[in-house]
Ligand binder design. Structure first.
Ligand code: SF4
Ligand code: FES
Length: 220
């Protein structure tokens, strides 16, 4: 099954005059970017927690585009421009947390294939109950996501689609131009093909070293 974003039907829609906001609870990692940036619209103390008419469509669009997980999307009804697909594919390795992807993303091999996505946070600790997506379980298991050998980036200016294949009980295969960053924004590695650990057991994080076979990683 292929879905334009991430599984319609799992999304809740909050309609406004100028813009609709969709929210996927299972994709949300409670990073709170939305409530901190635009509390008039996103307020977890209120029901419904999203009010799509409480700010301008431009403000809402700018805020939604900072949602790292892709839990939030918007659809303009006022003729305003929709979210632009980034020219480059970035993967930020959160310390002891998920991989944050941004770019022209296609995710295959999951329960629902995702295409035309621009943002996603994928589990690298092995404990998420919503794999391949992060659900914050890394906090429950006190995940140690320390990286293996020091990395050194080579320049990579290419863009295009980044294909992320979720291998059964194994790694994330990455195909397409990408650059890996740490949370401070330092470029660590660039390439066009690699395999990233998602079982949490690799001694060479963020890369897969085959540990999922030895530790019996079961993704489902
Ligand atoms: S910004 Fe996205 S991931 Fe963070 S709390 Fe809001 S919806 Fe959830
Ligand atoms: S990295 Fe967040 S649940 Fe695994």
């Amino acid at each position: 099954m292929t879905d334009k974003y991430r599984g319609k039907g799992m999304d809740r829609r909050y309609s406004g005059e100028a813009v609709d906001i969709t929210y996927n609870l299972k994709r949300c990692i409670h990073a709170a970017e939305c409530v901190q940036r635009l509390s008039e619209v996103f307020n977890t103390q209120r029901r419904p927690w999203i009010t799509a008419d409480a700010a301008s469509a431009d403000q809402i669009a700018a805020t939604v585009e900072h949602c790292p997980s892709g839990a939030l999307h918007y659809e303009r009804k006022d003729g305003g421009s929709s979210e632009r697909t980034p020219n480059t594919n970035r993967i930020v390795i959160w310390q002891n947390g998920p991989l944050q992807f941004s770019g022209d993303l296609r995710i295959e091999g999951a329960a629902v294939d995702v295409q035309d996505e621009t943002r996603a946070t994928l589990c690298r600790c092995g404990a998420s109950h919503n794999k391949p997506f992060c659900d914050n379980s890394h906090k429950d298991i006190a995940f140690d996501g320390s990286l293996g050998a020091p990395l050194q980036a080579v320049p990579n200016e290419e863009g295009g689609t980044l294909r992320i294949t979720v291998n059964p009980n194994g790694s994330l295969r990455i195909e397409g131009a990408f650059t890996l960053y740490d949370e401070q924004g330092n470029a660590l590695f660039s390439g066009t093909e690699t395999w990233l650990c998602r079982c949490g057991g690799s001694q060479d994080k963020p890369f897969c070293d085959g540990s999922h076979r030895a530790n019996g990683f079961k993704a489902d």
